[in-house]
Design a protein around this ligand. Structure first.
Ligand code: TRP
Length: 322
């Protein structure tokens, strides 16, 4: 049976943290053997929020090399940078003609972003059309995304259906795959881990910074000889790195008087450094050998371009571009 094509993209936005990893990236990496995986860095989408050239360049390089260091494999899968495949932006223009303004005006993400101070320009407004093009260019079967992206995916389906109804079945209508099972990963302050709350534990941060963040995880003031609450950020974070037996063991230790949060934090630090040691070494290797990363970007670009150009040419034929 032909493998399903799964596609997802991520904006390059600074240091990846363990919330990104356990929320989405690990899931993508696990898909690699069972599906035809497509994954890209959405640097054109980042123009809506980053206007500093160096920052965008650095973030794009980092985001791409981070995904590879974490286990995306550019041989098995197709991993590329959005702006390297211009067929996608060309298709965006065509798709705009199948996108109703009313639909865009109802975008909750657009309204949210403007409310948070992003500039309401046409790039931000048309963001979902570019996203539709990312997905439709590659004839994706399934798009796994977080809850916040659900409406964008509905718009993509809407655009594709409108196109197909007008010009014939050119596009695969993608399925939306929202992972409802994934638990919220709490940051060091107990709120959802997020870069915008500054409460993350980065995967590729300096040892000193990571240690510091872990030491700052909020804990309660339970006395040494009281049992400890497991519904807390420190426990929650530690269990990300444990199997079921180990989790139960930790639970027992929390129930037993004498537990010191300080020792749990030290252990967690060791676990995190151990869990990501291979990935951190790979990341360091990329930083020392940036040309290796540029070569891998090129491999991804070539693979992605073949498919996106093929879709674009079918679309142009279908609409009457001679
Ligand atoms: N908008 C997505 C985000 O911010 C990133 C993205 C861009 C994307 N294009 C995509 C995700 C296509 C899935 C499919 O998270």
């Amino acid at each position: 049976m032909k493998k399903k094509r799964i596609l997802s993209g991520a904006q390059p936005s600074g240091l990846l943290h363990i919330g990104n990893y356990f929320g989405m990236i690990k899931r993508m990496i696990d898909f690699q053997d069972s599906s035809d995986l497509f994954c890209f860095i959405a640097n054109y989408h980042s123009l809506t929020s980053i206007s500093n050239k160096e920052e965008l360049e650095k973030n794009t390089f980092n985001a791409f090399s981070d995904l590879l260091a974490l286990g995306l494999d550019s041989e098995k899968s197709t991993v590329w940078v959005q702006s390297h495949v211009p067929a996608v932006t060309e298709l965006t223009w065509i798709l705009s003609n199948f996108t109703s303004v009313g639909l865009m005006q109802r975008s909750t993400s657009y309204k949210d972003k403007v409310a948070h101070g992003l500039i309401p320009n046409m790039g931000l407004f048309s963001y979902p059309v570019l996203m539709a093009s990312d997905i439709l260019s590659f004839q994706s079967d399934i798009v796994p995304v977080g809850k916040d992206q659900k409406q964008h995916l509905e718009m993509t389906r809407d655009i594709a259906i409108k196109f197909n109804n007008t010009h014939g079945p050119v596009f695969t209508i993608p399925e939306i795959d929202i992972d409802e099972s994934s638990e919220i990963i709490f940051g060091i302050d107990g709120k959802k881990m997020s870069k915008s709350y500054n409460n993350t534990i980065p995967i590729f941060g300096s040892e000193e910074y990571m240690k510091n963040q872990i030491m700052n995880i909020v804990t309660d003031s339970a006395g040494l000889n009281e049992p400890k609450d497991t519904d807390t950020p420190l426990f929650n974070m530690y269990t990300l790195f444990l199997n079921d037996d180990e989790k139960n063991e930790l639970k027992d230790r929390y129930a037993t008087p004498g537990l010191k949060y300080m020792s749990i934090k030290n252990e967690l630090y060791e676990h995190i450094m151990d869990y990501f040691s291979k990935q951190r070494a790979l990341k360091q290797h990329s930083l020392d050998n940036p040309d290796d990363i540029f070569d891998l970007m090129d491999i991804g670009r070539k693979k992605a371009e073949v498919i996106a150009s093929d879709t674009l040419s079918n679309v142009k034929k279908a609409i009457g571009m001679v």
